[in-house]
Every structure is written in structure tokens, then in C-alpha cells.
Design a protein. Structure first.
Length: 278
């Protein structure tokens, strides 16, 4: 009888240790662990311990709300089960060795505010399903191997403050629908293969602070309407195929940056102020 009581107490204790999250969420975490070689992580999980003690996992109100495993030697792919973490607010897996594509099941993460998958080796298209994440404020996918175009579905993210897609292999044009991202503060598309003209619609992003479009294949002129971006303090558009070359000047304060226009004529170069707002 005594042994039965001890066994029953151990069973209840084990149940209690996992009672703070649903079985589907626990299974999703274990799937992430298994698909990214969890036993090789820099800081690994004790799968027999309570989930709220697992490194990088934050639990609130019986739901997993945050996974932060940056710099942790994750190797492998994201499992489809990641979409079962429906209470997730932040997912940061930056600076790892993840490959494959982003599962379409991410569309289920309706509470997600920050998705940071930068500095990995993800490939394929950026999934249009990300446009369903209405609460998303930060999307950092830079320094991967994403290809294809920038999905116009991302322009549905009305609350987005940072869109960082630099250092990938993206092609096509910058969507003219970008004006819809009215809360955007940072637009970073550096080091891709984007073509076409820089959309005038960017000038409608009144909260924009950083605009980084260097090292693409953009053509045409820099829209003069950018002078109206009063919060802009960093603009980089060099190393494109624009009609003029520009040297960016980063400026503090509330004034937009000055851009130096470099007119190349034969072997001589004359620098003149092209856009300046004091």
C-alpha cells in the first residue's frame, strides 16, 4: 500500500510538471527538439523536467509564449508541429544552422509579434502565409537563402514595425502595396537581386526611420518625396543601377539624412548635395 502511494504521488508530480501546457504544445516542443538535433544544442533540454525550466522557453497562463534559442547550435529543419504553439508571441532562432523551408503551419501562430529566423540557411520562398499573422511587429529573415519575390501578402501586416529581408536571393520588385505598412520603422532589403524602381509609395511610411536598399539592381531615380519622411535617419541606396550614385549620410535627430549625389563624368567626380533637409 505504501509503494502504491509513492507511485501515485510520483505519477501526479509528473503530470503536474507538464500540466502547465497542453499536450499538443509539449509535442510541438519535442518535435522542435528532435528535428534540430536537440542533444547537440549548446544548452539542451531535460525532457523529463518541467517545461517551464527548459532553456529559452517562457510559459504564461498555461501556454508557451516565447522560444528564444539564438546562438544555440540548432541544426536541421523546423517541424510542421511548430504551428501548434498557438499562444506563441516571440520566436527567435537566429544565429543557428537551420535549413529547409518555413512550414506553412506558421499561419496558425496568430498571437505572434516577433519572428526572428535570421543568420541561418533557410531556403525557398518566403511563405505568403506569414501575411496571416495580424499581430506581427517584427519580421527578421535576413542572411538566409530565401529566393523568389517579396510576397504581397506581407503588406497585410498593418502593425509591422520592422521588415528585414536583407542578404538573401530575392528577386522581382519592391511591392507598391508597401504603403499599407503604415507603422513600419525599419525596411531593410540590402544585398538581394531586387529590380525595378524604388516605389514612391515608401514616402507614405511616415514612421520610417531606416531605409536600407543597397546592393540590389534597382533602377530609376530616388523619389524626391522621401524628403517628407521626417523620422528617417538612415538611408542607404548605393550599389544599385540608379540613374545617379548616392553616398548615404546617417544623421541623428529628427531630420532625414542628406544624400550626396556623385555625378561621374569620365574620370572626374563631382559631389553635390542632392537631398538635404535641415
Amino acid at each position: 500500500m505504501k509503494n502504491f502511494k509513492i507511485t501515485a504521488l510520483f505519477f501526479l508530480a509528473t503530470m503536474f510538471s507538464f500540466a502547465n501546457v497542453s499536450l499538443s504544445e509539449k509535442d510541438a516542443l519535442i518535435a522542435l527538439y528532435n528535428s534540430t538535433n536537440g542533444n547537440q544544442w549548446n544548452t539542451t533540454w531535460d525532457l523529463n523536467a518541467s517545461i517551464d525550466t527548459w532553456y529559452g522557453v517562457k510559459v504564461e497562463n498555461n501556454q508557451v509564449v516565447e522560444i528564444s534559442l539564438e546562438f544555440n547550435n540548432l541544426q536541421g529543419t523546423l517541424p510542421n508541429e511548430i504551428g501548434n504553439l498557438i499562444g506563441l508571441v516571440k520566436l527567435n532562432l537566429g544565429f543557428n544552422k537551420l535549413t529547409g523551408t518555413i512550414p506553412s503551419t506558421v499561419k496558425n501562430l496568430k498571437e505572434l509579434k516577433s519572428l526572428e529566423l535570421f543568420m541561418n540557411s533557410f531556403e525557398g520562398n518566403i511563405p505568403a502565409e506569414l501575411g496571416a499573422l495580424n499581430k506581427l511587429e517584427t519580421l527578421k529573415l535576413f542572411a538566409n537563402k530565401f529566393s523568389g519575390t517579396i510576397p504581397t501578402d506581407l503588406m497585410k501586416l498593418k502593425g509591422l514595425k520592422e521588415l528585414s529581408l536583407g542578404s538573401n536571393m530575392l528577386t522581382g520588385t519592391i511591392p507598391h502595396e508597401i504603403y499599407a505598412l503604415e507603422k513600419l520603422e525599419k525596411l531593410i532589403l540590402i544585398d538581394n537581386n531586387l529590380e525595378g524602381e524604388i516605389p514612391n509609395e515608401i514616402a507614405q511610411l511616415s514612421n520610417l526611420q531606416e531605409l536600407v536598399l543597397s546592393s540590389n539592381k534597382l533602377t530609376g531615380d530616388l523619389p524626391l518625396s522621401f524628403m517628407n519622411l521626417k523620422n528617417l535617419n538612415t538611408m542607404m541606396v548605393s550599389d544599385n543601377n540608379l540613374n545617379k550614385e548616392y553616398i548615404s549620410v546617417v544623421r541623428g535627430g529628427n531630420n532625414p539624412p542628406s544624400l550626396m549625389q556623385l555625378d561621374l563624368q569620365g574620370e572626374t567626380a563631382t559631389a553635390t548635395l542632392d537631398i538635404e533637409k535641415e
